[in-house]
Each structure stands twice: as C-alpha cells, then as structure tokens.
Design a protein around this ligand. Structure first.
Ligand code: EZ4
Ligand code: CO
Length: 416
C-alpha cells in the first residue's frame, strides 16, 4: 500500500485547502487572479486572465471550481488537474483551460513554498543562465519603427518584434504611440479597425529590408501577422521575408486548420510560430507532429497551467520545435513569473515574449524577476516568486474592455 500521507512536503492536514477566492483588479488593465489557502497558512497564486472575457473565467472559478477545491490536498497537483479536466464532462476551451491553469499554478506555488524551493528547481533545475526575451517595437512607418528597434537594441535587447503602420489603414495591429506598451483592449465595445491584405503585403518586406539595412544581420527580428492572411498569402509573405532572416513569422494564418501551414512550408524556410490562442495539446498536435511549425506559443495561463504545458513542450521537443511563450501585457506578472521558471528549466526553450507591465501593475503584483541585457532572470524565492497586494488591488475596480475587430475595406468581417 502506497503511503498516501507522504507524497508531498508537509502533513496531509497542513496541505488541506481551506479557502480559495478570485481577485479581479484593473491597475491599468484587467487581471483575474486565484488565491488558494491551505490550513498551514501557506497560500498560492494563479493567473486567470482571459483578455476581454475576464468575468467568464471568474464565474467559472467561483461557481464551478472553487467548491470542488475546499478540503482537497494541495499537494495532489496532478490528481486535481485530472479531476478538473478528465473528471469534467465538458472539457477544453479557453475559459475552462484558463481556470484550470489558475488552480494548477497556485498549487505549484504552494508546493514550492512548502518545499522551500523556487519552481524551476521543482521542475528539474536550471538548463540555462537566463531567458532570452524579445521586446515590441512599432511605428507609423518603417523609419519610425526602425528608430524604435534601435532604442531596444540600445537597451541591450537581442531580439525585437517589429510591427508597422500600413498606408491607408487606421489602427493596424501592433502599432502604438506608447513607449514599451501595446494595449489593444482599449474600449468597452470592440473598436472597429480596417484591414487590407494587399497594402500589408506590400509594406512588410520593405519594413524588414529597412531594418536589416539600419541594424545589421545580428539582431533577431520577429513579426506577428496576427491571423490576417490566407495560407497562400502567408506563403508569399514568408518567402518575401527570407532575405531578412526572421527569427520567426508569427500567426501567419489562422491555425484551426493545420493544412494551411503545409502550404506555407511548401514555399518558404522562414521559421513559423503559432499557438497563443491554443488551449490544449490537442490544438498543437498536428502542427507539431507534421513539423509544420518551429515555435509553439501556447502558454501557461491559457492552456491548463504548468502541468499541461510541459506536456506540450515535450511533444514539441520530439519534433525539434521549441517554446516561444506568449507574453503580452494581458498575461499577468503571475504568468510571467511562472513562465520564467518554466523557461529556465525547459530543455527546448526558444524565446520568451516580454512587454513591460505598467508601474501600477508591477506595484499590485510584487515579483522577484529581473531584466539584464536582453535576458530575464527568475528569482530564487520559493514558488513562482510573484505575490499580490490585495489592499492595493482593491483600489482598481474592474474596467470592461474588449479586443478590437477587423473588417476589410468593403465591410466584410475579418480575423483580428
Ligand atoms: O493580441 O495578447 O503576440 N502577441 C499578441 C498580443 C495579443 C493579445 C491578445 O490578448 O498577439 O498582442
Ligand atoms: Co501574437
């Protein structure tokens, strides 16, 4: 008989979950967090933020998850994951998988605190000295974007994502007037933006030609097409960008149908990254097994937490694909902290997206990760190293915001 009492640090009684609650706060943007408390007094935090759909996850947690957690052993992370996924008849989807992620990350945080170890050591220890990150540069035209790329390079960044205005299109994806920040969820009802694929396909190669001319061959350059292209248009763009040696072209075409990526692969060797909207290994499977992508973007908060994303990373490793976690500002400091521990451990790490949070956000979520010379470093404190100042959080009430939508110039609804 296995001794069920000793499968985790602390006694079973100490590890029992006695309370859990959802904390919604908006220090510059909305975040949903889950706090799980054990009888020992040790608590853990998970991120549950789903941009523009925050309260759906909050309600799922409050009504359908938390009642099932009370009294459970916080050390049984895997069994709790299986209970919430396999045990539930209705599985997968972004709301469910974000809620499961919040529980999973909070339980890993508790395990780390009970063991007195940082999360990366629980996962298997350090595989690298620092986590390569890419920042976000953008501008109204190639000249302005190039100046922004230069600003990131001067700060020590070794990799930069470049997005640029498209002539004739107001509010294209990824272009901001703010320094270091891009915040698409900026209105209560979706902002209507216009999209023109011909104008975009004409602009992007000119942008990267300019960036290589201005900044040389060494700096890593990335670009996000944000699901706007058909497969054959994406193939053309990937081919046109080959001379400029991108680190990756992201979300070249919507990935619901993996066959689209077959078409891109047939025409180009530009590395491809996909998956920030995926929420389980099943979304990733065909793309990875058929070697249609090079980087998997699926991250902890939107795909069931650490327990599930490490299975995705393992599947990627079998097919020589590497991780490139989503890291926009709508992924809270809790997710960034957990991701940095994962990135420090995972053998097939590629790169980590990084957009600085606002000072208000950083004050609500004190953390111990640091940026040095283009690399982020996770801290050494037990768990994932991110906490939540509840009194400060209470000063920022929920602020309803949705992501924009895109229409073609004739009014047809398009992918945003
Ligand atoms: O549009 O995080 O690569 N980053 C991105 C982001 C996403 C937002 C959506 O919530 O595509 O800017
Ligand atoms: Co993206």
């Amino acid at each position: 008989m296995v001794d069920m009492q000793t499968d985790s640090p602390g006694s079973e009684r100490d590890r029992r979950i006695v309370a859990a609650r959802v904390i919604v706060t908006s220090p510059g943007r909305n975040f949903v967090s889950l706090l799980i408390e054990t009888r020992s007094g040790i608590s853990g935090l998970g991120d549950a933020t789903l941009n523009g759909r925050e309260l759906a996850v909050a309600a799922y947690l409050e009504h359908h998850v938390i009642p099932n957690l009370i009294g459970r052993d916080a050390g049984r992370i895997e069994d709790t994951w299986q209970f919430l996924y396999r045990g539930a008849y209705w599985r997968r989807g972004p709301v469910t998988m974000t809620a499961i992620a919040a529980v999973d990350v909070a339980l890993w945080d508790i395990l780390g605190k009970m063991a007195g170890l940082p999360l990366y050591r629980l996962l298997g220890g350090r595989s690298r000295e620092g986590v390569l990150v890419y920042g976000h540069a953008s501008g109204r035209d190639p000249e302005e974007t190039s100046a922004e790329v230069g600003r990131f390079a001067a700060q020590g960044y070794r990799a930069v994502r470049a997005q640029c205005g498209v002539p004739g299109l107001a509010k294209p994806y990824g272009v901001t007037r703010m320094k270091n920040a891009y915040e698409p969820a900026e209105s209560e009802l979706p902002l209507e933006t216009l999209w023109s694929t011909p104008a975009y396909l004409d602009m992007v190669p000119r942008l990267f030609e300019r960036l290589r001319a201005d900044h040389g061959r060494e700096i890593e350059l990335l670009h996000d097409a944000h699901h706007r292209l058909t497969p054959i248009e994406a193939a053309r763009l990937a081919r046109d960008l080959e001379p400029f040696r991108l680190f990756w072209l992201e979300d070249a075409t919507p990935a619901e149908n993996p066959d689209g990526f077959e078409l891109i692969r047939r025409h180009s060797v530009t590395p491809l990254a996909v998956g920030e909207v995926f929420n389980s290994v099943w979304d990733c499977r065909a793309l990875l097994e058929r070697q249609l992508i090079d980087y998997i973007r699926t991250t902890i908060v939107h795909a069931g937490g650490i327990s599930h994303v490490r299975r995705i990373a393992d599947l990627a490793a079998l097919h020589r694909a590497r991780t490139g976690f989503h890291g926009a500002t709508d992924l809270s400091p809790i997710t960034l902290g957990a991701a940095l521990h994962f990135d420090t451990w995972v053998p097939n790490f590629g790169i980590q997206e990084y957009m600085q949070h606002t000072q208000e956000t950083d004050a609500v979520f004190p953390h111990d990760y640091t940026l040095r010379e283009g690399y982020l470093h996770c801290g050494e404190s037990p768990g994932h190293g991110v906490s939540l100042d509840e009194r400060l959080a209470a000063r920022y009430p929920y602020n309803p915001r949705q992501l924009p939508i895109a229409r073609l110039t004739d009014g047809t609804m398009w992918d945003w």
